[in-house]
Design a protein around this ligand. Structure first.
Ligand code: SF4
Length: 382
């Protein structure tokens, strides 16, 4: 079996080249062709020696994931559904804004955490993605967008590990994937522009702080342990006090001086005035420990199995006002791509429910392909 070179960070590729009798600088050239130029065919890597290209042709390949479908929203958001085998699919989403292009990347097929408000959580866990499958989402999206927009410069300026899965439960594949994103010979993204979102796997937050401190977002969703354990079952293992302490430790190494707390607004569940006041107390209590934070209030995308409803816009504004009045920077996330689908995980769950067989996915999904050049929101790197 030949090696897929998307499965290697630069150090791994240097080792691979060494085994072929090639110097490190050849690995750097190869890495740049793959990640900076998006080239998959070794014959097109014109400054590589012919002898190396011949060796690679028989021992390696560069292959991203198979696209099942591509959905393009009227607001420019794109969702790709990728086949990861055995009836499983993952989602990747590109979100263009005026000052950035953000790619939301998946880390697992399904998820074991089982948050109540999450469609992916309701599907259960299938498997961890390999490093090449994580990086492959960025590789595909970046070079797809460049080709179709006729651009040579970078289109994706930010990556958020907020797609399907709990990234910190796939740590060993996540960290080398992050290194490729950050590597100047790869995508050259700044640590501030790569965000790992976690439901609060405390020991792995501590490891990430030392191994690869990128920006951190924590899915909080509740101000008290009782409520959070009900919404995010992992809270029973790592309760809020431990989570806050880990956030404090992370800030020592973080590229930003704040942690983002994600808070999904659920009608009548966690969106009341008392909840906002409890959050203010929680943040103030830990402020002395150096926890600086921002809140991102997320409108819930309802799906039938959840039994939950989206908070009204008025309730969200009241809630945001209480946090803001207490001096906590709070944003309300805009919903994007509403016309192509709802919550993260729903496309993939839909495929699994309806087919159960990867080979039939492409035939059974409705394709909604439009020319990408019709975007009007795709942005330049800021
Ligand atoms: S919100 Fe994240 S951690 Fe929770 S079930 Fe969904 S994918 Fe898993």
């Amino acid at each position: 079996m030949t090696a897929n070179l998307l499965d290697y960070d630069l150090e791994g590729l240097a080792l691979y080249c060494d085994q072929l009798g090639e110097k490190r600088y050849r690995a750097i050239q190869l890495f740049r062709w793959i990640h900076q130029k998006g080239i998959a065919h070794f014959d097109d890597m014109t400054d590589l020696a012919k002898s190396l290209r011949d060796k690679l042709a028989v021992s390696a390949h560069v292959k991203s994931l198979e696209v099942i479908s591509q959905h393009i929203s009227s607001d420019g958001t794109i969702k790709w559904l990728f086949n990861v085998g055995a009836g499983n699919a993952i989602e990747t989403v590109f979100i263009p804004e005026s000052d950035r292009g953000t790619l939301c990347v998946s880390s697992q097929a399904g998820c074991a955490v089982g948050c109540r408000f999450c469609s992916t959580g309701h599907q259960g866990f299938s498997r961890n993605l390999k490093m090449g499958e994580i990086v492959g989402q960025l590789w595909f999206a970046e070079h797809f967008l460049r080709n179709h927009l006729h651009r040579n410069d970078r289109v994706i300026s930010n990556v958020v590990m907020m797609g399907m899965g709990e990234p910190l439960q796939n740590y060993d594949e996540l960290v080398p994937a992050l290194r490729v994103m950050l590597d100047d010979h790869g995508y050259g993204l700044s640590r501030r522009r790569v965000t790992v979102s976690t439901s609060g796997v405390v020991p792995m937050m501590d490891r990430l702080a030392l191994d690869c401190p990128v920006a951190l977002a924590v899915s909080l969703h509740a101000p008290s342990d009782d409520l959070r354990s009900n919404l995010v079952p992992l809270n029973r293992k790592y309760p809020i006090a431990e989570l806050m302490e880990s956030c404090s430790r992370y800030l020592v190494h973080a590229p930003r001086d704040f942690i983002t707390f994600e808070y999904c607004m659920l009608d009548g569940v966690n969106d009341q005035v008392q909840h906002a006041k409890q959050l203010v107390s929680l943040v103030q209590k830990h402020a002395s420990d150096g926890v600086w934070c921002k809140f991102n209030l997320i409108p819930f995308n309802p799906f039938s199995a959840s039994g939950l409803l989206r908070s009204s816009a008025e309730q969200v504004q009241v809630f945001a006002g209480i946090l803001t009045d207490a001096g906590i920077v709070t944003t309300v996330r805009k919903t994007r791509g509403d016309d192509i689908d709802a919550a993260c995980g729903q496309l993939a769950g839909d495929v699994k429910d309806r087919t159960g067989v990867a080979g039939r996915m492409a035939r059974q999904r409705t394709m909604m392909l439009k020319p990408v050049s019709s975007f009007n929101h795709v942005t330049k790197e800021s």
